[in-house]
Ligand binder design. Structure first.
Ligand code: F6P
Length: 357
């Protein structure tokens, strides 16, 4: 049995991409006669016909490597069917590259946007299999995406390190955690790092409640506080605004990120000395954790099993301890915010962590 497989990584990188690529390749070479084409820089390479024939040795020594050996780029889904100034019909171009390469299938490793385009290509008749990666953990239908747990480890270490300096100075440290519109990364790293306040996009905050919590701690023997705020967090007032209105309101404020704003507001309202910390892309860098190496490998191997069995139009997922697959059409574009009854969220609330509401 022979299969020609195209593989690409799209959207923001994360630890575990290379482990997943290796999982696909190793299992494919093991189970059938595989030829693998590495598409460069995500959908951009598929559009621009940029790729390379991979050799078995290309997949060696990459398990622990962060980033992606294939390169990646962001090509927004909303523009995929739009012909822009360059005059390129992107969907037609991707189909042409797939056809010219005589691919049996395309494996796309990516987040939400990647999955929407994967679904589009599947609807256009291509054989597509998705693999869910993102530090944001916001892909519907899977308990966890790969990359998430490594980012939790990194963000937790940031919070750990802030504890010592916060307690030495009796300061409030406001640490801004990535995650886009979802609070998963902030919630898990906040709990793991022992944050006193956790602010998520899913729970609009009242700054007066946060100031009270921080102020009470400052009056007690615990003169310091750690506030973990998700980059997508918003106040109760902002939550009532439409997206555009909120953006306009924010443009009038003298802060370029939410952590600086909260630190300034806490200084004023709680009378504490506060500092904002933005770890940023450090949360996406470096080697995957052991958990993510295992999950990425399992996901990659399952993708190869699906190719063997000619099951396409699906994305791989984790359901409890099972590796499963969902239809792309069922999950593409479906949000996965932290639900109010999430067990880690309930844990945080029940142990007295302030959630700003
Ligand atoms: O989706 C991963 C992510 O790191 C988000 O958490 C963050 O909002 C975004 O990507 C940052 O994007 P970029 O790398 O394009 O600045």
């Amino acid at each position: 049995m022979k299969r020609r497989i195209g593989i690409l990584t799209s959207g923001g990188d994360c630890p575990g991409l290379n482990a997943a690529i290796r999982g696909v390749a190793r299992a494919a070479y093991e189970m059938f006669d595989a030829e693998i084409i590495g598409i460069s820089n995500g959908y951009a390479g598929l559009i621009d016909d940029e790729w390379q024939e991979m050799k078995k040795s290309d997949f060696s020594g990459i398990l622990t490597l962060g980033g992606t050996i294939l390169g990646t780029s962001r090509r927004p889904f909303r523009n995929m069917r739009v012909v822009e100034d360059d005059g390129v019909d992107k969907v037609a171009a991707m189909k042409k590259t797939y056809k010219n390469l005589k691919l049996d299938c395309l494996v796309t490793l990516g987040g939400n946007g990647t999955h929407k385009t994967a679904n589009l290509l599947s609807e256009e008749g291509l054989n597509v299999i998705g693999l869910p990666k993102t530090i944001d953990n916001d892909i519907y239908g899977t308990d966890f995406t790969f990359g998430f747990h490594t980012a939790v480890d990194i963000a937790t270490e940031c919070i750990d390190r802030l504890h010592t300096t916060a307690s030495s100075h009796g300061r409030t440290m406001v640490v801004e955690i990535m995650g886009n519109k979802a609070g998963w990364l902030t919630l898990y790293s906040g709990v793991a790092g022992g944050a006193d306040v956790i602010l998520l996009p899913e729970i609009p905050y009242d700054i007066k409640e946060v100031a009270k919590a921080v102020g009470d701690r400052a009056k007690s023997k615990k003169a310091f506080s750690i506030v973990a705020v998700a980059e997508g967090a918003m106040s109760k007032e902002e939550a009532k605004m439409k997206k555009k209105e909120r953006a306009e309101f924010r443009s009038t404020l003298p802060y370029d990120c939410i952590s600086k704003r909260i630190a300034a507001e806490l200084q004023e309202l709680a009378g504490v000395e506060a500092r904002a910390v933005v770890p940023g892309h450090i949360q996406r860098g470096g080697s995957p954790s052991a958990y993510d190496r295992v999950l990425s490998t399992q996901f990659g191997v399952h993708a190869a099993e699906l190719i063997r069995d000619e099951i396409y139009g699906v994305t791989v997922a984790l359901d409890g301890n099972e590796i499963i697959h969902n239809k792309l059409s069922d999950i593409a574009g479906v949000p996965k915010p932290v639900p109010k009854d999430d067990h880690v969220l309930v844990t945080a609330r029940n142990m007295g962590i302030n959630l700003g509401d």
